[in-house]
Design a protein around this ligand. Structure first.
Ligand code: GLN
Length: 491
């Protein structure tokens, strides 16, 4: 039998339905791969016993012809999703050994559809970061390496564990979240596919909040089709999240292979940055040529407020974070560091529990929301946000179906290489992704090529609100043209 971990999710689903193998065999193969890949630090908690129980239950259902759309498929879950009776930490010391008594809506939908939990995946602390280096469990290592080098590279962040685990074939797919790029940037760094849905498409209930008006969960998969399959189970209206939208969930997989003939694809001139590496420029033109060959029409578009997106994001996101993170006070859950008076307990707990990047965000956020600065920073950033959204609306009103951009300004970088002296160096990584969150739009990152050091690079497609299907169709055109990329196993 071929190594079961090398199948795509859709192949595994079909194999399970044909009874070529069982979910227990598929799950065991992945548990073995996880054990052999601990050097990547992708999982912060392995749940093998639960995985076996869930796999056996799935096998029973499949035998009865009652398996759901993900019956028996082993998945990894970002540690930002609350999982009932399974430790959930957001990779922060402040949550300590928090064990939720409830399940997030998204994960409950995955289990409803028959998926199997392999364990919880590493991420940047509270999803703040672009390299997975802010996790209290330590950095995740990218399974990709520069040609002829054994330097450890970051998998991107904040969903670094999800991307690394999917790329290294440790799980068949993973959940992730994206506030400013955390699904798409790690997907681009690891040659996986990441879909950030429209704001409101997936429920945020039971996901640890970072910046509530920007946060949206989505899948990371091995292929565009795999991401589309996961997306169908993750999406949907949830009365427990008032920002989730009551629209029917389409069969996203049906969008795979659909013709893109006649579609209008925008190429935004503002994304052509000064000093952008030639290989990113080349990848972008190649992607445009593939879409053109498939019958799409390419048009230059302008998104004039793009240059304000990153500074505005780094006001809005910390502002919301400072408010959301106020609940970690040492009283309700997680870590408690006692003090003489209650205020000392708060201070001691937060000083000890939060890492440096989280403290920085809380301080920036509190500052921009404080009396006297609110109008100058927060309110102005919100106005800029409206203009960014309008840029996209104008573009779509002219008949553009989707926008093509690079996913990241570079390939994966080395662990410890960026942001040590200047945090802005790290923030610049989000330059192509934050606009999408500011506008609440869907965006997909698809592997499209390699750089001169043989590291994967991704392209991003940005869509109209609730038109994830078009992104899956276009994404698959790129995937077909570029081919699939798998890292050489060294771990
Ligand atoms: N890198 C961005 C940040 O640090 C985005 C993170 C995310 O999308 N969760 O805020």
């Amino acid at each position: 039998m071929t190594d079961l971990t090398s199948l795509t999710l859709s192949e595994a689903r079909d194999g399970l339905a044909r009874k070529s193998f069982t979910s227990l065999e598929l799950t065991e193969a992945h548990l073995k791969a996880m054990e052999a890949a601990r050097a990547l630090n992708a999982f912060v908690l392995e749940t093998p016993d639960r995985a076996r129980d869930m796999a056996k239950a799935a096998d029973g259902n499949i035998a009865k012809g009652a398996g759901g759309p993900l019956a028996g498929i082993p998945l990894g879950i970002k540690d930002l999703f609350a999982t009932k009776d399974v430790r959930t930490t957001a990779c922060s010391k402040i949550l300590g050994n928090f064990v939720p008594t409830y399940e997030s809506t998204i994960t409950s939908q995955l289990w409803r559809d028959g998926a199997v939990l392999l364990g919880k995946l590493n991420n940047d602390e509270f999803a703040m970061g672009s390299s997975n280096e802010t996790s209290c469990f330590g950095p995740v290592v990218n399974p990709w390496r520069r040609e002829g080098s054994n330097t450890s590279l970051v998998p991107g962040g904040s969903s670094g564990g999800s991307a690394s685990a999917v790329a290294a074939l440790l799980c068949m797919g993973a959940t992730a979240t994206d506030t400013g790029g955390s699904i798409r940037q790690p997907a681009a760094f690891t040659a996986t596919v990441g879909m950030k849905p429209t704001y409101g498409r997936c429920s945020r209930w039971g996901i640890v909040a970072f910046a509530s008006s920007l946060d949206q969960a989505g899948p990371i998969g091995r292929t565009v089709r795999d991401a589309s399959i996961l997306m169908r189970s993750m999406a949907g209206h949830d009365p427990k999240d008032t920002t989730s939208v009551a629209r029917p969930v389409p069969d996203y997989e049906a969008a795979i292979g659909k013709s893109v003939k006649g579609m209008k694809i925008g190429i935004p001139k503002e994304y052509r940055l000064d000093g952008m590496p030639a290989e990113i420029e080349k990848l972008w033109s190649e992607g445009a040529a593939w879409l053109k060959a498939a019958g799409a029409e390419l048009v230059e578009v302008s998104l004039p407020h793009t240059k304000y997106a990153l500074p505005a994001y780094y006001i809005v996101a910390p502002a919301e974070a400072s408010s959301n993170l106020a609940r970690y006070d040492g009283v309700r859950y997680g870590l408690r560091v006692p003090g003489r008076a209650i205020a000392d307990l708060y201070e001691n707990t937060r000083a000890e529990g939060f890492g440096a990047e989280v403290r920085r965000r809380v301080m920036i956020g509190t500052y921009v929301l404080s009396a006297g600065y609110y109008d100058a920073y927060y309110l102005r950033a919100q106005k800029v946000r409206t203009l960014i959204k309008k840029d996209f609306e104008d573009c779509f009103a002219r008949g553009v179906n989707a926008i093509l951009t690079p996913a990241t300004p570079s390939a994966a970088f080395g662990v410890g290489e960026k942001g040590g002296a200047d945090p802005v160096e790290m923030y610049l990584n989000d330059i192509f992704t934050v606009t999408v969150n500011m506008a609440g739009l869907p965006g997909i990152a698809v592997p499209a090529g390699k750089d001169s050091q043989s590291l994967p690079l991704g392209l991003q497609l940005i869509g109209r609100p609730f038109d994830e299907e078009t992104l899956f169709s276009l994404g698959e055109v790129i995937e077909q043209a570029a081919g699939r990329f798998t890292p050489m196993k060294w771990w």
